[in-house]
Design a protein around this ligand. Structure first.
Ligand SMILES: [Zn+2]
Ligand SMILES: [Zn+2]
Length: 368
């Protein structure tokens, strides 16, 4: 079948919208007509080859759409169902068996090698293979092939085009607070970085009853959004002494710190602001091989902990419905971060995300 897709052909270059072919779904796959897809920072990381996936490839991993066809062994969804597309996992390894698919032992081949587990791709242009299945979906396209495990059915009464970000950015930030750190009422939280992930962490911290909630960023407009979404205390790290302000706002330092920047110095600072028994979650992508500047003596003597968190430690089949419920109850107004773009403006949407002009761009496919 012919589809329209945005193709990343060379490192760092704008994507080109082309007509290509997509395979019929295999027995365990689902073909989805994409309605809308969020732009996530990891898409840029892959385009720029900081995460070196094979090119040419179709990126995009916050897809929302309608099931068009399913493989023979698929019973979880049927044609016509509304779904969001999330990260893929194997379903059989020790992590998947314990409902921790974000730590699937096959997370890299299933999400970051731009192909199926057997190395094949589901997309082509004439004789040229186009890499597919990025985050199990490659949803910068009119249609996406997913594995049955990485589609989550959503109610068809909801506005489908705004649901995609629940499947990566929102799930990552909110899940870090609610699933990984299990933030409790009255505990202090600081979130470093106020993009989609950080702001989702702020909303979830407010939901959990944390106090004070502090947001740290370099961009004033993002900090204004953080205040609107639940962090009354904001710090612009370009102008203020972050550690001093955090110590003033808390009694003995932070109970929880969440780093969404992936910058080693910021992570080191976040850890240095922890109270005794405080925990820091490292959520932002740290460059492979980078070491963190953490005082080991203080880590030990203050009983601090530091842990990595992927996709908010979420089991998407359970957590995405929970996020929808929170949103409908008014606790997760993530739509305040959204700006809509036609699919044809994908490169502009990415540019606006990089400059901070739009926190969460969503591409509408019907306007291709
Ligand atoms: Zn993402
Ligand atoms: Zn697994």
């Amino acid at each position: 079948m012919k589809i329209t897709a945005a193709i990343a052909r060379t490192k760092g270059a704008p994507m080109t919208i082309e007509t290509i072919e997509i395979d019929e779904p295999r027995d365990d796959e689902v073909l989805v007509r994409v309605v809308a897809t969020g732009v996530c920072h990891t898409d840029m990381v892959m385009r720029d080859q900081l995460l070196p996936i094979p090119l040419p490839a179709v990126l995009g991993h916050e897809g929302a759409g309608i099931v068009e066809r399913v493989g023979k062994s698929v019973s979880k969804v049927k044609p016509g169902d509304h779904v969001v597309m999330t990260f893929d996992s194997c379903g059989a390894c020790p992590s998947c068996s314990e409902h921790e698919p974000a730590y699937c032992h096959a997370i890299v081949p299933l999400n970051f090698l731009a192909g199926r587990a057997d190395g094949s791709t589901g997309l082509s242009k004439g004789r040229e293979a186009i890499h597919s299945h990025v985050f199990g979906q490659s949803s910068f396209a009119s249609h996406a092939l997913c594995h049955v495990r990485n589609v989550v059915k959503v109610p068809d009464t909801l506005e489908l085009e705004k649901l995609g970000p629940l499947a990566c950015g929102v799930q990552t930030g909110a899940g870090t607070v609610l699933n990984a750190l299990k933030v409790r009422k009255g505990k202090s939280v600081a979130v470093f970085g106020s993009g989609t992930v950080g702001l989702s962490a702020v909303m979830a911290a407010k939901y959990a009853g944390a106090a004070p909630i502090i947001a740290v960023d370099l961009v004033d407009s993002r900090l204004a959004m953080a205040r609107e979404l639940g962090a009354p205390h904001t710090i612009n790290a370009r102008r203020a002494d972050v550690a001093k302000e955090i110590m003033t706002a808390t009694t003995a330092g932070l109970d929880y710190a969440i780093d969404t920047t992936g910058v080693p110095e910021v992570i080191g600072q976040a850890v240095s602001c922890l109270a005794p028994r405080g925990s820091c979650a490292v959520v932002g992508a740290v460059t492979p091989g980078a070491l963190l500047p953490i005082d080991g003596s203080q880590l030990m003597s203050l009983g601090r902990s530091v842990r990595g968190v992927v996709e908010g430690s979420s089991d998407p089949d359970v957590f995405i419905p929970k996020l929808i419920e929170m949103h409908l109850e008014g606790h997760l107004p993530y739509d305040k971060m959204i700006g809509y773009y036609p699919f044809s403006a994908i490169n502009q949407a990415i540019a606006d995300s990089e400059t901070g002009k739009c926190i969460k761009p969503i591409l509408r496919m019907d306007q291709a």
